[in-house]
Design a protein. Sequence first.
Length: 125
Amino acid sequence: MLALLYGLRALAFVLFLALPLSLISVMLFSASLGFLWLGTVPLTSGLVGYMFGSTHMSMLWGIVFFSHQLGGFLGGWGAGRLYDIKGNYDLMWWIAVGLGVFAALIHWCIRERPVPRLAMAAATA
């Protein structure tokens, strides 16, 4: 499901870049990102809890959340820096597409299994 969400985000960016800029294309793009953006939060937290257990979930989810904040900062700063260098945001849009495809591929490879420590504990219980 996470791979699908990230892939759909990348597709939304590509469609937005391919369609002529209009009020309708902006509204459709905004609506699609609104539906897709926070859909990853419960899936990611559930995956972290399932794979690593509830004992350390708050710490691990904190690391995931913090890394997203760093990514958000670097994305905003990087987009502004690219604008300063190139005078437009074109490269930023394509980087967003590439990152969306990369995220989809990485999440496609995740095998939803508890870590060996939890699997052994469940087997002995």
